[in-house]
Ligand binder design. Structure first.
Ligand SMILES: Cc1ncc(COP(=O)(O)O)c(C=O)c1O
Length: 493
């Protein structure tokens, strides 16, 4: 026989000293909860036995109350499914809550919120929730993820978890995982680091948040790339930093322009491997200029190396952190592009002398990172699955990117040029004069195409119009049709 799943006990209190009989108190409490919509139609209710036991009373008054609520149509009961709030409530239940029923009133009195809330553009819904069509940014070929291996490793750790993995962990992250990350970064990104410098975080976003709290004050001037990554700017803006947009050209961040606009900035946020969104790789001379400026100015460089694992055709370029001789670079990386974003795992490489400050701030924010996924990923790396997956994905994405570039060049008449396709999981289709990326993007989204407007990535006036196109989750055979759709849109706006 199928067992009825136990329901959560509702917040019902009875007063034995009250002249109101217990069954009436229970009836009243349930009725008020249903009328006030605390309990919703169809919601499962606890058994009379469970409620009586929770209230510490005999079962009889509970049975009496349930019978009355069933008779009046507030409850319904089906064999094998237990008792639940009726899915079609009786007529006498008022559609508006009765006076005194719980409802938040928002139309009177002062309701102050922090001024910093107004610093960010309101976000009704996150953009990635709207669309899963072709060209989504930050979307991946998840059909190639080795879920079988992953679930075996998960099962191993969940079946017999080490006690330590269930308690709060090291605020910097699990030692074995940090060792694996340090080895990977030294080997593949030429990052100078030891495991003690690695802090495990829930992605680049938290990495930036912690770095900002350690390094910057409200009012601190910070260079940000123009155009740039909105979600990084949001973290800095929320901390009250003064954002100084510094133009990006074909060599990456224009350091001379940065010095002109804010020589004494406290930090620079950069994506040197694959600039977001233009996709350029910062040249060696610009890297040296940036490091030189940071040393002279006593400034920090926050290097966001978010998708450097993917390079196509050209030689891999070492991290900026690896070129730095003055420990001025805070290096941030993520597993969002290599594994999957909902994993929420990333890391910071913290300069040796700042480890204590970073650890202290981390504890104040969330004590320590969740442990079980760290343990699973440490095994995934140690057993060679990570390297295998990465090799495979480079081929998959390389092919998608090749077909996309070719099709854009052949089919998209409004295309000026493709930029930023040498690395990563997105490229930018620069548009010819006269085309509006926002107009094309808006009509594309109505056709389930995600063509993000380049102009949306500017803090100031956009100097270019383009479409930022992700190719991670767009299959080779889907690309020609999607590009043709885009072409039809460009022709009609
Ligand atoms: C510039 C940049 N940094 C970082 C990320 C990844 O962020 P997270 O690690 O928080 O998932 C992205 C995602 O698209 C990005 O574009």
């Amino acid at each position: 026989m199928k067992r009825v799943a136990p329901a959560v006990l509702p917040l019902i209190a009875v007063d034995r000293k009250s002249p109101t009989p217990l069954h009436r108190q229970i009836y009243n409490a349930y009725r008020a909860a249903i009328v006030g919509r605390t309990l919703r139609p169809g919601q499962a209710l606890p058994s009379t036995r469970a409620l009586a036991s929770e209230l510490g009373i005999s079962r009889i008054p509970v049975l009496t109350a349930y019978e009355q609520l069933l008779a009046e149509g507030y409850f319904e009961s089906r064999v094998g499914a237990g008792t639940s709030v009726s899915s079609s409530l009786p007529e006498q239940v008022p559609s508006r809550p009765s006076p005194g029923a719980s409802q938040t009133r928002v139309d009177s009195g002062a309701r102050p919120v922090a001024q910093r809330c107004s610093l960010l553009a309101p976000m009704q819904q996150a953009p990635w929730v709207h669309s899963w069509g072709p060209f989504g940014i930050s979307q991946l070929a998840l059909e190639h993820f080795p879920f079988q291996v992953w679930s075996k490793l998960m099962a191993r750790h969940y079946r017999t978890p080490l006690l330590g993995a269930l308690y709060y962990g090291d605020p910097m992250g699990m030692p074995d995982f940090r060792k694996a990350i340090a080895t990977y970064l030294r080997t593949s990104r030429a990052v100078h680091c030891e495991a003690e410098q690695i802090m495990v975080v829930s992605g680049s976003q938290q990495a930036l948040e912690i770095s900002t709290r350690v390094l910057l004050d409200s009012g601190s001037p910070v260079w940000v790339e123009e155009p740039g990554y909105r979600f990084a700017r949001d973290v800095l803006a929320l901390a009250g930093c003064k954002l100084i947009p510094v133009p990006v050209d074909e060599e990456g961040l224009n350091v001379a322009a940065g010095i002109q606009r804010g020589r004494k900035a406290r930090a620079a946020y950069v994506t040197p491997s694959h600039q977001y969104p233009l996709g350029v790789t910062m040249s060696a001379s610009r890297r040296l200029q940036l490091l030189d400026w940071s040393q002279r100015a006593g400034a920090w460089i926050i290097e966001d190396d978010y998708d450097s694992e993917y390079r196509y055709g050209n030689m891999p370029i070492a991290s900026l952190q690896g070129m730095d001789r003055n420990s001025r670079v805070i290096y941030i990386g993520t597993f969002s592009k290599v594994l999957f974003p909902s994993l929420r795992l990333g890391y910071i490489v913290v300069p040796q002398d700042l480890v204590t400050q970073f650890r202290t701030v981390r504890v104040a924010l969330d004590l320590s990172p969740p442990q079980l996924h760290q343990a699973v990923l440490a095994d995934f790396i140690r057993d060679g699955h990570f390297a295998r997956h990465l090799r495979r994905m480079r081929q998959v994405y390389g092919e998608r990117r090749r077909v996309l570039v070719e099709t854009l060049r052949n089919e998209l008449n409004c295309l000026q040029e493709v930029v930023g396709d040498g690395a990563g999981l997105h490229l930018t289709a620069m548009l010819k004069k006269g085309f509006s990326d926002r107009a094309i993007s808006a009509s594309a989204s109505r056709q389930n195409l995600w063509a993000a407007p380049l102009s949306g990535a500017y803090l100031g006036e956009p100097t270019n119009q383009g479409l930022v196109l992700g190719f991670g989750s767009t299959r080779v055979e889907e690309i020609p049709r999607a590009v043709r759709k885009l072409q039809a849109l460009c022709a009609s706006v």
